[in-house]
Every structure is written in C-alpha cells, then in structure tokens.
Design a protein around this ligand. Sequence first.
Ligand SMILES: [Ca+2]
Ligand SMILES: [Ca+2]
Ligand SMILES: [Ca+2]
Ligand SMILES: [Ca+2]
Length: 635
Amino acid sequence: MKRVVIIIGLLVSGCVREKIKEVDYCMEHPDASECKIPEDPCSLYPDLYFYCVNLPPEEFCKKYPELDICQELTPEYVCQKHPEWSICQPLPPNYPPVITLTISSRCGQFNDVITIDASGSRDPDGDSITFSWEILSGSGEFVPPLTSVVNFRFSNKEEDVIIMVRANDGRGGESEKPINLISMGDGVFVDTNGDDSNSGRFNEPVSSIAKALDIAYSSGITEVKILEGTYEGGIDIKKGGISIKGGYYREPDGCIRRDFENYYTIITSPITASTSYVFNLTSPVTNLVVFDGVYMEGVTSGATSEVFAIRAVGAYGFEIRNSYIYGGNGPRVRAVYAYAVTSISLIKSRVYGGNSSTIAGPPNLPTTFGRGGVILGNIQNVLIDSSIIDGGKSVGSSTTTGYIFGLYVQGVTNCSVLNSSIYGGTGYNSNNSGAPDFATIGFATNSACEVYHNYFHGGYPVENVLNASNNERTGISIGIYIFFAPSYSSSITKIVNNIIDPGGADVGATETARYGVYDEQGSARNYIFKNNDIYSSLPYISTQLPILYFNYPEGAKWKDISEVNLSDGDGGNFDGNLSIDPIFDSDGIHLSPISPLIDAGYPGSITEVLPEYDIDGDIRPIGNLPDIGPDEVKK
Ligand SMILES: [Ca+2]
Ligand SMILES: [Ca+2]
Ligand SMILES: [Ca+2]
Ligand SMILES: [Ca+2]
C-alpha cells in the first residue's frame, strides 16, 4: 500500500524521475534487498511529499501551492527555471507609428480648403499604417477620401477647430496627434494696410469699411471684420442684416484672430460742415445692423451742425455690443441717437456723450431733444443691458436751461434698462455770464420701462456755473426723471433693485435742487417701486431734496424713505426701499464685500422677471436674494 502511494507521488513529481526508474525496478523485483521499504521512507526520500504528509496530490497542492512540486506546471515557474526554452523568450517589442504632419495653412475662412498631410508618418517596426481622422471640436468638414492625406473645408463659423488624426499599425500600436486650426468664418476683412482693389478675403483685405460694406452687400456676406487700427467713418449704411465687428488682429503666420478687449478698432467721423456721424442708418436699412467690438468716435472739431457717433432715423435699428462710443465735440452732440426705428440694443458697452458746445432745450421736443449719451425717441423695442453710460458735458452759454442726459427714452413700446450704470453728465457754462440752469439727468423717460438693477446718478450740473447775480451756483440734478408718466390704462413702469443717487454738488446753494426720482406729471399709482436704494452722500437740504417727487397728488413728495414705503401701506407697490450708503468698491460700480445692499434686493415675481445675470455676467442671485444695483457680489 505504501509503495503504491510512493509510486503515485513519484509519477506526479517529475523532478524525481530517477527514482521512478528505481521504483519500476522494485515492482519487478520486490524481494531485492535494495527494494525493501525502509522503516522510515521519509528519511530516505524527504521530497516524497504526498507520501510523507499523507495527502492526495490535489489536496496537498491546495495546501502548499508555493512548493516547487506544485508550481512546476505554471508557465511563469517553468520560464523562471528554464529561461533558455524558446517558449520562454520575450516577444519582440512593437512600437506605435510616429506621426509627422504637413499642414498647408492652420487657418481659413468660409469654404477655404486646406490639406493636412500625414503621409510622412513612419512605423519604427516597418508596419504599414492606417489613418483615421476626427473633428474633435468645431465645425467644418472633411473632403473625401480620407487617407494619409486629408482635405478640410472651413465652415462659416468663427471658432477654434481641433482635428485628431490617429495612426494604427494593425498590431495594437496606435498614436494620435491633435491639430489646432482657426476657422475665421465668413466675412469681408478690412486692414489698415489693405487695398480697396482687393477681394476682401482674409489674405487680401480691403482698406476701407465703406468698400467692405459694398462687397458684403453685393455678395450676400453678412459680416465685416475689421483689424486693429483707426479707420474713417462717415458711412451711410445701405442694408440691414450686417454685422460690423472690430478687435481682430493678424498673427505672424497671417492668420487672423479676435480679441476686442486688447485690440482696438477705432472708427472716427470726418470733419464736415454738415451733420457729422460715424455711422448713419436710414430707411433702406430694413434689418438689424450689429456693431460689435468697435470704438466709435464722433468728430472732435469742425462740424457746424449736429454731431453723432451713431444715428438711426427711420431704419429698422441697430444693436451695439462690446463697444465704446464717444459722442465727440461739437455744437449738438449725441453719442447714440435713434428716432422712429423698430429696435435698439446697447449691450456690454460704454458710452460717453461727448462735449456739446451749445445747450439743449427741455426734453419733450422730438427733433432737437437732448444732449448726451443715449437719446432715443419713437422706438418699438429698447434694451439697455450691462452698459456704462455718461451723459458727457455741456459747455454752452445761454440763459435757457440746458438738459444733459445719460439715457433718454421717449415713446418706447417695449423698454428694458438692466444692469447698467447711467450718469447724468456735467453742466458747464463756458462764459459764465448768462447764468443758465443746467439740468443733468441720469435717466429720463416717458415710457413704461422695466428698470431693474441699475445705478443711476443725477450728474453734476454746476461746474463753472453762476446764477444771474453772479454769486452762486445753480442747477438741477435728477437720478430718474419721468417727464410724462405712463397712462393708467396701459403698462406700468417697474423700478426695482436700483441704486439711485440724485447727483448734484455740495455748494450749499438754495437754487440747487436734487431729486432721486422726479415725476413731472405725478401718478404714483402707475409704478412698481421696490427695493431701490436712494442715497446721496451730499448733505441733506431739507427744503430741496425730496427723495421722490410726484407732481400730483401734492402729497406724493417724499423726503424720507419710510414715507415712500408707507405711502401705499405695508407691502404694496412701494416697498422695501432703502436710503443707505451702498459702499461701493473702488471702481464706483461694484459693491464692496461689506455693502448693506448685498442680499437686500426684491426677488422678483411672475410679472417682474429680473435678469438672471449681473453686469459682469455673474449669475444672479448669489446667496439668498439679489443684491441691489448692477453688481451681484461673489461670496
Ligand atoms: Ca509598429
Ligand atoms: Ca408699501
Ligand atoms: Ca445676493
Ligand atoms: Ca458681480
């Protein structure tokens, strides 16, 4: 019996082959002396494990898997012991292909085709390579076939494009390489060193905006793209549906990119004896015209008539975004002016009204109204959003009261003024003998507007101004001036979450009047007036500084903010208003982290839908409630 166990053990353990022979012999000659079982076989054959530990082989190896005899059949063990065997030799290494690219151009405009050539790629092992191509981001299309060389056609979008090429050697070796391209979109390009006999393609730009527009009109191209530099305006726009975009620059390899925050396209109006403007839109413009990322500057001298940076009369309208508009210096300056048009938008832009050398009459005179930043009359839709407007300076001399406005709207059907900082400008009497009253007004309106999250400042009406007896300064400043209240039956003016500074000067003059809100006609019931902060850092003059002035009823002339809130009882349309120092940051627009206006706003409702972003594009509200004013403070 023991012998049988030994035999089984010897058969399993290939390492004791010699002993198997011996046992075979003993099976034949069991009586031979050398075949006698020793008293203790384990002392003679200590590696006869199965016998000596008295376990069947399977059980034994479960228990002692680390022992040589149990490992002998695994490839790792075999190769450790027999590295010279061919089966144990390592496979020769396979290296992935190495991609080499040649690109005919890393940029293109609409319909341009470039060639990307990967045929110079090699596999270190000499394997043959197959290529695959993918547009990882951006638009455009490959022009088949897609082999080691591919043609790519640019779309009409202005964007970065990333293409990925992958090379596969069919043996598991693969490499990939991204290719960054610039899609310059559709457009007629304008460069200061271009030539008006050129095509207007990006590598053949024209030199004048007027020529670029002519090419666009005749070819159906909808964008004019202007590189940094200074260009001549005085341009009559002849068609709508066009975007005029600035802030482009050329890189050393000739490709054109855009960064309107660091590269300026300046367009000036020419010196002319007649009406001067940078751009003029009239009735042939039946679709929207967009100005994006440009600096418009009205004429600085020479004009003897009216001066505008941009003017639209009887046209469909325009949208200005990411732009700076300076009205110029002239007899009657309005930076942005529109009358009898369908749609006007001013978004993320700055406007300075310029310096008017004559003063203007009272506001409700459509053909001559107003000096200042943005002057709009008889318009279907107006949107002012996330912009900074300063009415500029009036430097005339007259005995007539002169009006300067940051923003003036009259006869507007749909009107939104959001997230903006609007300053009434400065009154300045150039000869100081006629003693005019200047009225500087942040926002003047006769229209039912949604006025949410702005900062209105009444301006500074009294620079270099004396009164009739040449002994004291004079003037009126108003944050919001409502010169005809919206009618009871139609829409409601909603003034919510604004900071309103009456403006004015600390001159102690009895003739100086400052108003947060002044309603010429007086109809307090037509307003929703909530959570505004009406505050002046100037001393309170008891006889001259109503917070709100409604001409009718007499009782609606409130000097104290609690009177405003209680005028219609607890709750109601007049509620939550404050009079407290906003504590601005150093830029005078953003709130400091300790401002009491943080989370002090009205949350809005179904009928008062507040903008869900602030002047910086931050989401609103941050925290429990909106902050009052244009800025929502990041926590
Ligand atoms: Ca290979
Ligand atoms: Ca109330
Ligand atoms: Ca907040
Ligand atoms: Ca903010």
